[in-house]
Structures are given as C-alpha cells and as structure tokens.
Design a protein around this ligand. Structure first.
Ligand code: HEC
Ligand code: HEC
Ligand code: HEC
Ligand code: HEC
Length: 499
C-alpha cells in the first residue's frame, strides 16, 4: 500500500469509530431516559400553582399517588377496635356522654375514617350545629384547620390570625377540598412541607427550626400538623381563636397539664360536677414519640404509607389507613412474624389498655355524679375545689389515652402508666367527695345513673337531641348546597395551565 492509501484507511477507521461511539452514547442516553421514566412514571401535564388546593389538579401529574389517595374513600375494613368505617363511639360507650356533659362531644363523636371524608364529616357532625348565616353557630373558623388544603391557601390570602377569626360558617364556601396534596407537599419540588403554622410556632418557641428536620423526621412531622393535642388561645388577637400546641414544657401528659394549669386554661366547665375540664384532642404524634418504634426511628409514613409496586414502578401508597389492612407492606418489611401473630400483638396491647381505661371511665362517671350531689346539698366552692382539681387531672389522663385511636399500639407502656395515674387521681377525688358528702349529712351511696344506651345517657345530661338533629337537617338542606354552588363557580374561574 502506498503511504497515501494507508492514511486514508486510518481516517476511515477513525470516522467509523466516532460514529459508532456517538451512536452508542445516544442509545445509552435513551435507555437511561426510559429507565428514569419507568421509575417515576412522571410526565407533567399541568402546571401546579403553589397552594393549588384541588387534589384532582395534582392528580393529573401524579396519577398513582392520587389514585391511592382517593382510596381513603374505602370504608370496608374493620379491625377489632378501629378500621376505616365510621364508628359511633357514644353508641359503643355511653359513659362518654356523661364525661363530656356540657361540651359538644356529648352530642356526637365518631371514630374517624379516611382523609377523603374530612369535609363531609365536619359538616355532618352535630358539634358544628346548624348555622344559618356567616356569623352563626357554636364553632370558630379555626375548626377547619385540619381538614383541607384550602387552609394554607386562605392563610396566605388573608393572614393566619385572620383565618382563625370569626365563625366556622364564614368559610363554608371556601374550604371544600378534603385533606390533600398541598397539605404535605411543595408544588414545585414535591418535597414534604409543613403548611400549618401552629407546628412551626411550637418548634420556634422551643428554639428549634422545623425546616432543619431530617427527611425521616418529616415523614412523621407532616402528620403532626393535625394529629396532635392543641387548644385555642383567645388572648393572642381580639376575636381570634388562635390554634396553639401546648408543648412548651414537653409532650408528656404531666407536661401539658402543667402548661394548662399555669395559664388556668379550661376547655369547658363540666355540667354536673362543675369541674374546670380539659379536652384532649388527638395526641397521636406526642404518644407515638414515647413508643419503641419512634425510638427506633420508624416514622408514621413507614407504617401508614408504605411503598407499593404497580406496573413495575415503586411509589408511596397514599391510602392512609389502619396498617392492619396491609400487614405485608406495613409491618413485614421489618418483622418476619406471620400476619396473625403481628395482628395478635396489636390486639393484645389494645385489650389490656382498653380494659383499664374502661375502669377509669367508670370511676370518672361516679366522681362527676357524686360532685353533682355535693352541689345539690349546698357545698361551697372552697369545699369542692380540691376534688374538682383531681377530677380535671384524672379525666385529662383518661382522654390523653383515649383520644388517639392508635395510642394503645403506638406506646402501650406509657398508656398503661398514664391510665394507672388517672385511676389514682379519680379515687383520690372520690375519697374527698365521700368525706364531704358525710359532712353535708348524706348517708349511703350516690346511685350510678342508668346510662346503658347513648339515648339514655343524653337524656340523663339533659341534651335536647331532637332539636339539635332538626337544626342540622335544616342546615344540610338550606346552607350546604349554597356553599357548594359558590365554591364550584369560584374554582371553575381558576385556570389550569396545560404543559
Ligand atoms: C390536614 C390535617 C391532617 C394531616 C396532615 C394528616 N391527617 Fe390523618 N386525619 C385527619 C382527619 C381530620 C382525620 C379524620 C377524617 C374523618 O374521619 O372524616 C384523619 C384520619 C386519619 C386516619 C384514620 C383513617 C381510617 O381509615 O380510620 C389515619 C390512619 C390517619 N389520619 C393517619 C395520618 C398520617 C399517618 C398522616 C401523615 C402521613 C396524616 N394522617 C396526616 C387529619 C390529617
Ligand atoms: C398526609 C401527607 C401527604 C398527603 C396529603 C399527600 N402526600 Fe404525597 N407523600 C407523602 C409522603 C410522606 C411521601 C413520601 C416522601 C418521602 O419519603 O420522600 C409522599 C410522596 C409523594 C410523591 C413522591 C413519589 C412517591 O410516591 O414516593 C409524590 C409524587 C406524591 N407524594 C404525590 C402526592 C399527591 C399527588 C397527593 C395528593 C393527591 C399527595 N401526595 C398527598 C405525604 C403526603
Ligand atoms: C421500619 C421497621 C418497622 C416497621 C415498618 C414496623 N416495626 Fe415493629 N418494631 C421495629 C423495631 C426496630 C422494633 C424494636 C424491636 C427491637 O429493637 O428489638 C419493633 C418492635 C415491635 C413490637 C414489640 C414492641 C411493642 O410495642 O410491643 C411489636 C409488637 C411490633 N414492633 C409490631 C409491629 C407491627 C404490628 C407493625 C406494622 C403495623 C410494625 N411493627 C412495623 C421495626 C418496625
Ligand atoms: C410501627 C407502626 C406504626 C407507626 C410508626 C405509627 N402507627 Fe399509627 N397505627 C399503627 C397500628 C398497628 C394501629 C392500630 C390499627 C387498628 O387498630 O386497626 C395504628 C392506628 C392509628 C390510627 C387510628 C387508625 C384507625 O383505623 O382509626 C391513627 C390515626 C394513627 N395510627 C396515626 C399515626 C400517626 C399520626 C403516627 C405518627 C405520629 C403513627 N400512627 C405511627 C401502626 C403505626
């Protein structure tokens, strides 16, 4: 070969190699891209604004998460004590009516169901009454705070304190989408976010920045926006009932009790005993922090939002529910035991805790009725004071263990301890009351009321149930349809930009 021919061949080899390498590169890039597509199944279809409250709009970009979220509408599963069907707790346990005499919960109280129903259920509850206009009804607007992604939208629009001002009915046509995407996610990054100020403020008062929490902590803190104990602070701004978490001294039952005692806060005055009462809301997060799983860094999402695989892609199951309906994904990723065994562990803990809790309830009913008798016989405030304080503390302990429906599993040992101390205090109250009854000249035993059914118990405390139900029916017929119509028009006017 001549030199000229040789160099031509070299050039040819070089050119072919370049083309081959380039094509391989292209192929690799395309494989990688497909793989990424399969992994995230992500093809954005619409632009999502910050504080977009319509779950359906987010659902267009994230169909798997949306569809699984939507399944919180399922009400078919029941476990021994919980599950995703609504349970009328006053029916199951009429003693509750007497414990809450003088307070809204004695009218109506259900074991909750899926996030999908949050808006429906707050409207239907007898506790929100039958308001006829914006300024009417028993509840403040603050009651919407844990129900909807419309809440962060309105807080941004109107200001936080303004949101907490006025009556519940004021926001009926604004808060319409049930708990959803914007409550837990940033629309641009899809990172978990804290959308509720009360939790951020509770951290700040303890000198902590919630935004510095770890990823694993966030997988529980998004739940702690709502599944916590709280109260309404009426001293912060005129006319506002400012949602506040009483965590400044800690999250244990005694810490929060001390907090409330120091500011002389009470949720209501008991209708029979006149004790200054505390209502525990649902301290699920606080109680969870005292259990072994929190100690081992297991998050709420690990058990209630496990991973799920569908069509080759892995994603977070947004059907938030009792993990007992999904033991394989919720528990068996960590535990090797059989399903039956794990379920039995849960039930055993619940049986033990709930039987002792029932005993405490019975003692509390007796204490309220005996205190009522003392008033009837002319006891003075001074004579009653110490016993009423014991009743307050005993019932707070009972409620702290009863108000979270998962607590008997989340932290069984702590729940046992709290109930035991509640029993002590209730006995203490009854001892004081029995001495006072003797001083007042009463002999014998104050009879236990006939509260074998919800209806009998409500009659015993003098609730006008027929009237309450009528008001609610009128509200459902006349007010709710108008709220929905206004909301529909308002939302239809917000454009959704296609990509
Ligand atoms: C914006 C407030 C809010 C947030 C955030 C929230 N929840 Fe809820 N959750 C509720 C309300 C309200 C209900 C009751 C709904 C009803 O009964 O209508 C509920 C109900 C539930 C139930 C009962 C479902 C059933 O089928 O019985 C579970 C379990 C639950 N939540 C777990 C969680 C977990 C875990 C998180 C965090 C990943 C979380 N929630 C975040 C407000 C919230
Ligand atoms: C109660 C809080 C909560 C709500 C409400 C919620 N998510 Fe999530 N979401 C989570 C958690 C927790 C994760 C897991 C995040 C992690 O570990 O990084 C998650 C993960 C995701 C992811 C990441 C991919 C995956 O599946 O892990 C997407 C996308 C997502 N959610 C979309 C949505 C959409 C759409 C909605 C509304 C229909 C929604 N989420 C409502 C808590 C929530
Ligand atoms: C992410 C891992 C993880 C998941 C998910 C998990 N666990 Fe655990 N569990 C643990 C660890 C760690 C311990 C502590 C045991 C130890 O360290 O030896 C524990 C302890 C327990 C115990 C003994 C302590 C007690 O409270 O009685 C029971 C029972 C239990 N788990 C049941 C369950 C059930 C039921 C589920 C599902 C609803 C579940 N676990 C989900 C990790 C997990
Ligand atoms: C180790 C697993 C595990 C962790 C972690 C966990 N839970 Fe649970 N949770 C359970 C089990 C098991 C039950 C009992 C379910 C039953 O009785 O059907 C339960 C019950 C509940 C219930 C009542 C469910 C119903 O059907 O009404 C709520 C609400 C709840 N948990 C919220 C939370 C929140 C909020 C967190 C975090 C702060 C959390 N859980 C952490 C396993 C867990």
């Amino acid at each position: 070969m001549t030199n000229q021919k040789k160099s031509l061949v070299h050039w040819l080899i070089f050119a072919v190699s370049i083309v081959a390498i380039f094509s391989l590169g292209l192929l690799a890039a395309s494989i990688l891209e497909r793989k990424t597509e399969a992994q995230f199944a992500f093809t954005p279809k619409v632009e999502i604004n910050s504080n977009e409250s319509r779950n359906e709009v987010w659902g267009q970009n994230y169909p798997r998460e949306f569809q699984s979220y939507y399944q919180t509408s399922d009400t078919s599963f029941r476990s021994k004590y919980n599950g995703n069907a609504m349970i009328d707790m006053l029916d199951v346990d009429p003693r509750l009516v007497v414990l809450w005499a003088g307070y809204g919960f004695s009218k109506d109280y259900n074991q909750g169901r899926g996030h999908f129903y949050a808006i429906t259920d707050i409207k239907n509850s007898l506790r929100t009454g039958g308001p006829t206009n914006d300024k009417d009804g028993p509840m403040p607007s603050t009651c919407w705070t844990c129900k909807s992604p419309d809440v962060p939208r309105l807080m941004e629009r109107d200001g936080v304190a303004e949101f907490y001002s006025g009556k519940w009915a004021r926001l009926g046509s604004e808060v319409v989408n049930p708990i959803g995407c914007a409550d837990c996610h940033d629309s641009k990054t899809m990172n978990l976010r804290i959308s509720r100020p009360a939790l951020i403020e509770a951290f700040e008062r303890q000198g902590k920045d919630i935004n510095k929490s770890s990823h694993q902590e966030m997988r529980s803190l998004v739940c702690a926006q709502c599944h916590v104990e709280y109260y309404f602070d009426k001293t912060k701004k005129e006319g506002a009932q400012y949602l506040t978490l009483p965590w400044d001294k800690g999250k244990k039952v005694e810490d929060m009790e001390q907090y409330y005692d120091e500011i002389a806060f009470s949720d209501w005055t008991h209708a029979i005993s006149k004790a200054p009462m505390l209502k525990a809301q649902h301290p699920d997060y606080e109680v969870y922090t005292m259990g072994i799983h929190a100690d081992r860094n297991v998050s709420c999402a690990d058990c209630h939002m496990p991973y799920k695989t569908e069509g080759g892609s892995k994603f977070t199951d947004h059907k938030l529910q009792s993990p007992l309906n999904n033991v394989a994904n919720s528990c068996q990723v960590c535990h090797r035991q059989e399903t039956d065994n794990l379920v039995k562990n849960v039930y055993d803990n619940q049986d033990r805790i709930i039987s002792k809790r029932d005993r405490l309830e019975e003692l509390l009913v007796k204490a309220h009725v005996e205190a009522g008798k003392c008033w009837e016989l002319g006891a003075t405030e001074e004579q009653m004071k110490a016993a009423l304080q014991d009743i307050r503390h005993a019932q707070w302990r009972w409620d702290y263990t009863a108000a979270g429906h998962g607590s008997a599993f989340h932290a069984p040992v702590e729940m046992g301890r709290v109930i035991a101390s509640g029993i002590d205090l209730a006995q203490e109250a009854r001892l004081k009351l029995s001495q006072l009854l003797m001083t007042l000249g009463f002999k014998g035993e104050v009879p236990y009321p006939d509260i074998t059914t919800k209806a009998k118990a409500q009659q015993f405390i003098g609730l006008p149930m027929d009237k309450l139900i009528q008001e609610k029916e009128a509200f459902k017929q006349n007010v709710i349809p108008k709220w929905l119509e206004t909301a529909k028009k308002r939302e239809a006017a917000i454009p959704v930009k296609k990509i």
